[in-house]
Design a protein. Structure first.
Length: 134
């Protein structure tokens, strides 16, 4: 990796300089000779060389972070059941206080509603405790 990047060192100093000679970066004879040598050695070098503004790199970096945290903070777990089904479970449990979660679960299965018994027990309406005797 160091061998690949070592010849590119002089180009990094040229890129950051402001051009004073009509929009071209300042170069001397040694720099031109190095460029000619590198292009003859690697003919596809000019196609791979892309000059990017620092603002563009920062924009790409911020977009990557936004995408990562959007992915990281997505909702996990099972989706919630419909409000109508929750209301039906609550209504069945209040109208039939002697029925437990397993009975309501069985009735819902007979109606064709696929739901777990633990979900039924989670959404059941439990009666209040009797008042204290003391």
């Amino acid at each position: 990796m160091q061998t690949e990047l070592m010849p590119c060192g002089p180009f990094a100093s040229v890129v950051g300089q402001t051009p004073a000679n009509g929009g071209r970066p300042p170069t001397d004879h040694r720099m031109r000779a190095l460029m000619v040598w590198m292009i003859r050695l690697w003919p596809d070098l000019l196609a791979a060389a892309v000059v990017v503004k620092p603002e563009t790199i920062l924009r790409w970096h911020r977009a990557g972070f936004r995408g990562f945290w959007r992915w990281k903070s997505r909702r996990a777990g099972r989706p919630k059941i419909d409000r109508d089904l929750r209301d039906l479970i609550r209504q069945m449990s209040t109208e039939n206080p002697t029925w437990g979660a397993s009975r309501i679960h069985g009735e819902l299965l007979m109606l064709g509603l696929e739901i777990a018994q633990s979900t039924v027990s989670k959404y059941m309406a439990y009666g209040r405790k009797p008042p204290s005797q003391s």
